[in-house]
Design a protein around this ligand. Sequence first.
Ligand code: PMV
Length: 316
Amino acid sequence: MPTTATAHTNIAFIKYWGKKDARLNLPTTSSLSLTLSQFYTTTTVTQNTDKDQLILNGELADPTRIHHFLNTLRDILGDFPAVTVTSENHVPTSAGLASSASSFAALTGAVTREMGFDLSNQSLSRLARRGSGSASRSFYSHFAVWHAGMDDTSSFAESLNAPDMPIALVVAEVSTAAKKVSSSDGMQRAITSPNYSDWLNSSATQFVDMQSAIQQSDIEKIGALAEENALAMHALNLTARHKPFTYFTRETQQILALVSDLRRQGILAFATMDAGPNVKIITTLNDAPEIVATLQSALPQIHLEIATSGSGIVYD
Ligand code: PMV
């Protein structure tokens, strides 16, 4: 019997940006994210007698990365047969979001169930971390924290018990013409920044402050902390001693300027960016339409979507 799992993507408000162990994907800092309802991956795992295969959005795709990850699971859990992984990504490239978080979470959930394991979300998050660090946070609804930990056992994500709040994210996809630097490569460069130890310190403080802001449903404080954290992350890329770079394009900068303008007009709007030029604007359900309208009229070529808080992993 095939097994199907659906996991949503997540956006880090306190970022993971650096590894202290690249093989185990142990991060240098703890991170915190919001799971998004609109963007998800549904993955079905079927056993086969041949070799690991990937069918992505209806087409045969290169299985190298998932084969490597499945072999890591085989080493940890004990050997299991070859599988066919059929994945539908509802994380449109047009939304400019990375799908690795939802993909590796859905795959981890589906393959372990298919092989007869009944694992807690905490155990699943440790396994998914080996495929993509941010995937560790995609098992949970609403807010999740990934504790950096000291070793494989202590580095896991869990749900943050948080009140419901009218938080929304405006996702602005800009041109992806800029050359892509993978997140692993970007992190390796960023840790060579002379500012890296300051980043570790400020991230630890922001991680604590962010949790208080969430408990108080203080969306303005959540946004302000997330923007500060994201800008510091991107400053590390610019100040890296080894191959400095930026993910920002001219449109990224234009959107950042519009976000500050909106704030001056009394709209709740704060920006966060990941390993690419797209901007996600943290706001309220109330203010989101006005942000969309402003960005759409200033930059008609960009694609905009409003996302809200999403659910944890589900199995069919
Ligand atoms: O999970 P990875 O290896 O794709 O790294 C994700 C890094 C960021 O998205 C930039 C930050 C984060 O915490 O998700």
